[in-house]
Design a protein around this ligand. Structure first.
Ligand code: ZN
Ligand code: ZN
Length: 392
């Protein structure tokens, strides 16, 4: 009878092949129809209780343990990003303009294989395991909050929740996390600028929204640098500028899209007022006008103390103490935060960088890919966490 690590290693090819299959067929948030049916079929095949169409495309598998009153939730997100893959690999995205550039393909594969392994050991489970395949992590409002609203934390009631994220900022095979605030609140905004279009050669007869937009982009940086206490981490980024169609025309309008990241809702709450004051005054200084639409996004992700300790204890069994790292706070947002607002648990990075093989591109890069040899480590974490969580 092989031990768990050896048993999981037998599934290495399978976890890689699921990952590549999902990678080749990426789908964006709430449209993960193929991914969802692949997950559903797999969970049915291994004999789990399966619930689908939760938050549109979400799937939940349940394995029942000896004690029906205790449940641990293991979560994988499953959506891709609306970007074009530039990797030249055999398992390159076959869906133009859509790419798994955030490792969610790996998350799905690891949790599916963990479910399969745990199904073989269901007699050893003290409590229930809920395998949660969540849609739309990348797009606000996200699948987590919808799944919670549709009751994913009840029937059976969830006591703990754990999730992981692949990341090339850490060496392959390391596990990195931090107690307390771990990831940022991720808000988004849209600024509509109205000018008055005309001929590019007669600017005095127009109000140029591109000049207004350019000034706004630069001035928005002073929200962070001049208006927020420098000991508070805040990011304001304009990620998209749209305006104009021709080189010799002053357009009517410009639109800016951006994001604000903070570690504290109290800070986030003062930001829209500051942005609004700056954009309205700049626009009117240049004879135009500007309107702000601001949307509060995922809350900061907070790793609770007991959950963080538990992750470290399980990680030590798998990768050894020397590969457990104290992760810095990430200004990225994660809607796993909603689960951790409701139940204790933790979220962590599974390092997947392999510099020699060129697998060191950041998440969301068109060249993102990760070292697949870490997938069995993630599987082992899920399996051991589920077996150990109710072993006091
Ligand atoms: Zn992402
Ligand atoms: Zn992600």
């Amino acid at each position: 009878m092989p031990d768990l690590k050896e048993e999981i290693e037998l599934f290495t090819d399978e976890v890689i092949s699921i990952r590549r299959n999902v990678h080749m067929n990426p789908e964006i948030g709430f449209q993960e129809f193929k991914t969802s049916s692949l997950i559903k079929d797999y969970l049915n095949e291994i004999g789990l209780e399966v619930h689908s169409n939760i938050a549109k495309t979400g799937v939940v598998g349940i394995l029942h343990g000896k004690d029906p009153s205790r449940t641990v939730l293991l979560r994988a997100d499953m959506d891709a990003l609306p970007i074009e893959e530039l990797n030249e690999i055999s398992y390159k995205s076959r869906n133009p303009g859509v790419m798994h550039a955030c490792g969610h393909d790996g998350h799905v594969a690891m949790l599916l294989v963990a479910a399969k392994v745990l199904a073989r050991h269901r007699d050893k489970l003290k409590g229930n395991v809920k395998f949660v395949f969540q849609p739309s992590e990348e797009r606000d409002p996200g699948g987590a909050i919808e799944m919670i609203e549709e009751g994913v934390l009840e029937k059976p009631h969830v006591d703990y929740a754990f999730g992981m994220h692949l990341g090339n900022m850490f060496e392959k095979g390391s596990i990195a996390l931090k107690e307390g605030v771990f990831m940022a609140e991720a808000d988004s905004f849209k600024i509509n600028i109205d000018g008055n279009g005309g001929h590019a050669a007669y600017p005095h007869l127009s109000v140029d929204p591109i000049v207004i937009a350019s000034n706004i982009v630069l001035s928005l940086q002073t929200v962070v640098s001049r208006e927020i206490n420098p000991i508070e981490p805040v990011v304001v980024t304009v990620g998209k500028i749209s305006s104009g169609d021709a080189f010799n025309v002053i357009p009517e309008r410009a639109e800016l899209l951006g994001t604000v990241r903070t570690l504290d809702r109290k800070i986030s709450e003062v930001i829209p007022g500051k942005i609004e004051r700056i954009i309205k005054n700049i626009a009117s200084a240049y004879r135009g006008s500007a309107e702000l639409e601001y949307k509060f996004g995922y809350p900061p992700l907070i790793n609770q103390a007991e959950g963080t300790k538990f992750v470290k204890r399980i990680a030590e069994l798998i990768v050894g103490k020397e590969h457990i790292l104290e992760a810095p706070i990430s200004m990225g947002g994660e809607d796993m935060a909603y689960f951790l607002q409701k139940v204790p648990g933790a979220f962590f990075w599974l390092g997947s960088m392999n510099k020699e093989r060129g697998l060191d591109k950041p998440l969301h890069s068109q060249y993102f890919d990760f070292d697949e040899s870490v997938l069995p480590i993630g599987v082992e974490f899920h399996v051991k966490a589920a077996l150990e969580i109710f072993n006091k």
